[in-house]
Ligand binder design. Structure first.
Ligand code: NAI
Length: 319
C-alpha cells in the first residue's frame, strides 16, 4: 500500500480529463475529491462517471477489482476549495489550458496545502517553469500530462520544474504505476513535451504529403493505422529500428544515409490553415450524416478499440 492511499486525491476541474482521472484513481482504490467552480458541472460529472462505469462494467472493461458502487463511493464532489484540500496528498489540476487561470488556482492552492502534498498539472503544453515559478511549494510541483482518454491510454509524461524535488518525481511515478498508468520521466522541460513533439512531426509530414498531392487524407491515415501504428502500439520507433536490422547500430549503418537523404526533402512547417485544412476536413467527414453523431460514434468505436488493445497488451506482457 502506498502512503498516499491514506489520504485524498484531489482533482481540480471536473471536465473531460478531470472525470477520467477521477475514474482511474477510484479504480485503483483511492479516495477522490472532485472540485469545480461550477456546481452543476460537479453533479454532471458524478452522474457521467457513474454512467461511464456502468457501461464499462457491461462490456467487462471496468478497471480495478472494485465494483461500480464501491468505486463510486470513493468519489465525492465539492465546490469549496479550502475544504476540498483538507487531507489532500496528491492534487491533479485539470482546469482549462490557460497559464493565467492555472497560476491563479495554484497560488490559491499553495496557501492551503502542507509540505508533503504533491501538486500536479494535467497541462498539455504549458511550461512548468511558467506555471509554478514563485510558489512556496514549488519543490512539490510537477506536470503529469495524460493522453486522452487516460482510462484507455496509460501514458503519463512527468515533467519537473527546475526546482522540483527528486522525491516528488519518484512518488508521482510510483502513484501512476500503482493506478495502472505508464509514466515516463522527462529530466527537463521542452516545448510540447515528448508525445506532442513526436505527434507534431507525424502530423506535419502527413499534411505536406497531402499538400503535395502524393496521397489522399484517408490513405495517409491508413499508412499509420495499418502500417506503422501496428508496430507502434507495442514497440517504439527506436526498438522497431533495432529489430529491423541486427541491432540499432546496424540499422543506422544500413539505412542512415537513406534516412538523411529523405529528411532533407521535408518541407517547411505547415500553416495549418487554408485550402489543405479544408480538404482534409472534408475528406474525414462521412457524407451528409449529422456531424456530432459521427464524432460520437467514431469516438465510442475508438474507445472500444483502445480498451481491447489494452487487454491484448496486458496478455502479451504476461506471455
Ligand atoms: P474541460 O474544459 O473539459 O474541463 C475544464 C473544467 O475546469 C470545467 O469543468 C470547468 O468548469 C473547470 N474550471 C474552470 N475554471 C476553474 C477553476 N478556477 N477552478 C476549478 N475548476 C475550474 O477541459 P479538459 O479537456 O478536461 O482539459 C483540462 C486540462 O487537461 C487542460 O490543461 C488540458 O490541456 C489538459 N489535457 C487535455 C486533454 C484533452 O484531450 N482534452 C489531454 C491531455 C491533457
Amino acid at each position: 500500500m502506498l502512503d498516499m492511499q491514506k489520504g485524498n486525491i484531489v482533482i481540480i476541474g471536473s471536465g473531460l480529463i478531470g472525470r477520467s482521472w477521477a475514474m482511474v484513481f477510484a479504480s485503483g482504490g483511492f479516495r477522490v475529491k472532485l472540485y469545480d467552480i461550477v456546481k452543476e458541472q460537479v453533479s454532471a460529472a458524478l452522474e457521467d462517471i457513474r454512467k461511464q462505469m456502468e457501461e464499462l462494467k457491461k462490456s467487462d472493461m471496468l478497471r480495478g477489482t472494485l465494483n461500480v458502487d464501491e468505486q463510486m463511493s470513493l468519489i465525492s464532489g465539492s465546490t469549496e476549495l479550502k475544504e476540498t484540500l483538507e487531507g489532500a496528498v496528491f492534487i491533479q489540476e485539470c482546469v482549462p489550458e490557460s497559464l493565467e487561470l492555472k497560476r491563479k488556482i495554484f497560488s490559491e492552492i499553495d496557501l492551503h496545502i502542507n509540505d508533503e502534498t504533491i501538486l500536479s498539472s494535467s497541462t498539455s503544453c504549458l511550461s512548468p517553469t511558467k506555471m509554478f515559478n514563485g510558489l512556496k511549494h514549488v519543490k512539490k510541483c510537477i506536470v503529469a500530462h495524460p493522453v486522452n482518454p487516460p482510462y484507455y491510454v496509460p501514458l503519463v509524461e512527468l515533467v519537473p520544474h527546475p526546482e522540483t524535488e527528486a522525491a516528488t518525481v519518484e512518488k508521482t511515478y510510483e502513484l501512476m504505476k500503482n493506478i495502472g498508468q505508464s509514466p515516463v520521466k522527462l529530466t527537463k522541460e521542452t516545448d510540447g513535451f515528448v508525445l506532442n513533439r513526436l505527434q507534431y512531426a507525424v502530423i506535419s509530414e502527413a499534411w505536406r504529403l497531402v499538400e503535395d498531392g502524393v496521397i489522399s487524407p484517408r490513405d495517409v491515415d491508413i499508412v499509420m493505422s495499418e502500417g506503422l501504428g501496428m508496430r507502434y502500439a507495442f514497440l517504439g520507433p527506436l526498438e522497431t529500428a533495432h529489430l529491423n536490422a541486427e541491432g540499432f547500430k546496424s540499422y543506422c549503418e544500413r539505412y542512415g544515409e537513406g534516412i538523411k537523404r529523405v529528411l532533407t526533402t521535408f518541407g517547411p512547417v505547415p500553416e495549418f490553415s487554408g485550402q489543405v485544412a479544408e480538404s482534409i476536413d472534408e475528406a474525414l467527414w462521412d457524407g451528409e450524416l449529422n456531424k456530432e453523431d459521427q464524432l460520437n460514434a467514431r469516438r465510442d468505436w475508438r474507445n472500444a478499440c483502445l480498451s481491447r488493445l489494452a487487454k491484448l497488451k496486458n496478455e502479451m506482457k504476461n506471455n
